[in-house]
Write a protein that binds this ligand. Structure first.
Ligand code: MLT
Length: 413
């Protein structure tokens, strides 16, 4: 009989979002008349913007004609897109990233998981807690952890709690770690990293020859001045960091799929015999073997996000969701919730009321108000007692959800 990867058996329950969907389906089957508002998974609701749609239509037309038809594209992405990314997201902001340091892909979730292919199995790995569950689960799958304890924390991972008590700032590990996952603006807490904080991380990574996986998928939602948009704004970060970015939330590509990962050419890891090895070269080798690139029409759509019209339309999309976040913050604060995030990120992170656990609050909100959110404990043990609401929704649903929560609070007083 074929052997399976036993590491999968260490995984706790289902992946968080399918698990929520399962509970919601059960509720909806039992309550078919309920108008359930879904604010759980951070999935966009607004259509692609006109500049993107137009570019995609044009690209499809090109694919329909022999003279302009294209087969396999470059595995790293078309240069028209990589050049646009390098210029707009980095060089125009004074950051020295070249287009050949950019690898276009079909998602940051996949990239964050696939990156593990090129790293050894004996690295010490540090994650924030609460954390985007993909970072943890993919390390479990790859055999980088031991078993989970009663709180769901895996042996061998270093967890860095981020809670209101520490102002959502993770303490720099006191021990040696090799790989560090940071996500800013943060999913799930919606909080941000300051420049000083990132400088400390870069200094730590340099001292320990560690590599930072910096997930900046929510960068477009930063509204405050002086909040770093890229780890590469920090001096020396090109020697120690990989950055992941995505069009999913920024330009509404969750169903369309396009993202990119930046690996500076000077970034190195070490071989078993202690020699330096280029991470960029390894990732290029991995991608050209295992990946055939993102479709041409999708890359044309992504490139259109950088046109003057595209930029304007995308900033309107971002403003639309961030208005929802503001309404959520204000509406929940006004009835006594302690609310975090939602200023530079499309997520609002709140403390569950009273002594309710995250999952108890999930059930209560679903049953009484017909609203779906994400229990904080689903993101890690330190997320217990917190709850995430996503601002990715229609204005109407956001307003209705706030009213329902306010009504439910008033009824309980
Ligand atoms: C989330 O809700 O945390 C995100 O939508 C998940 C993802 O981006 O994969």
């Amino acid at each position: 009989m074929a052997r399976i990867n036993d590491n999968y058996l260490k995984l706790q329950a289902g992946y968080l979002f399918p698990e929520i969907a399962r509970r919601v389906n059960t509720f909806c089957e039992a309550n078919p008349e309920a108008n359930v508002i879904k604010m759980g998974i951070g999935d966009v609701t607004q259509p692609l913007c006109p500049a993107v749609v137009e570019a995609m239509h044009k690209a499809v037309d090109e694919m329909a004609v022999r003279e302009t038809f294209r087969g396999y594209g470059p595995e790293k992405g078309y240069s028209f897109l990589r050049d646009a990314i390098a210029k707009n997201d980095y060089q125009d902001r004074g950051i020295e990233i070249q287009s050949d340091e950019i690898f276009v892909s079909d998602g940051s979730k996949c990239d964050s998981a696939n990156l593990l292919d090129i790293f050894g199995s004996d690295n010490v790995i540090a994650v924030l807690d609460p954390v985007y569950p993909v970072y943890v689960d993919t390390n479990v799958m790859a055999g980088h952890t031991g078993q989970a304890d009663s709180q769901g924390r895996y042996e061998k991972l270093v967890y860095m709690p981020v809670t209101a008590e520490s102002n959502f700032e993770p303490a720099i590990p006191t021990e040696h770690v090799d790989l560090i996952y940071l996500c800013y603006p943060n999913n799930p807490t919606g909080t941000v990293a300051t420049r000083e904080m990132l400088e400390k991380w870069v200094a730590y990574a340099k001292e320990h020859n560690a590599i930072i996986f910096y997930d900046a998928a929510y960068e477009a939602f930063i509204s405050e001045e002086n909040v770093p948009r890229s780890i590469f704004e920090i001096e020396g970060a090109k020697d120690v960091a990989i950055e992941l970015r995505s069009f999913s939330k920024t330009a509404g590509f969750t169903g369309t799929r396009c993202a990119f990962t930046v690996i500076p050419k000077g970034l190195v890891g070490k071989t078993a015999s202690g020699e330096s090895q280029s991470i960029h070269a390894l990732w290029n080798r991995r991608q050209s073997t295992k990946f055939n690139g993102v479709s041409y029409p999708v890359q044309c759509g992504a490139a259109a996000a950088y046109s003057p019209e595209g930029k304007q339309q995308i900033s309107e999309l971002v403003a639309f969701y961030m208005n929802n976040a503001k309404l959520l913050r204000e509406g929940l604060t006004s009835v006594g919730f302690q609310v975090f995030g939602g200023i530079n990120a499309p997520y609002v992170w709140l403390r569950t009321p009273g002594e309710l656990s995250s999952w108890d609050f999930f059930d209560e909100l679903l049953e009484k108000s017909h609203i779906v959110g994400t229990p904080g404990s689903g993101f890690g043990a330190a997320g217990e007692g917190y709850f995430r609401l996503s601002a990715f929704n229609s204005l109407e649903n956001t307003v209705t959800a706030i009213e329902r929560i306010q009504k439910s609070v008033a009824a309980n007083v």
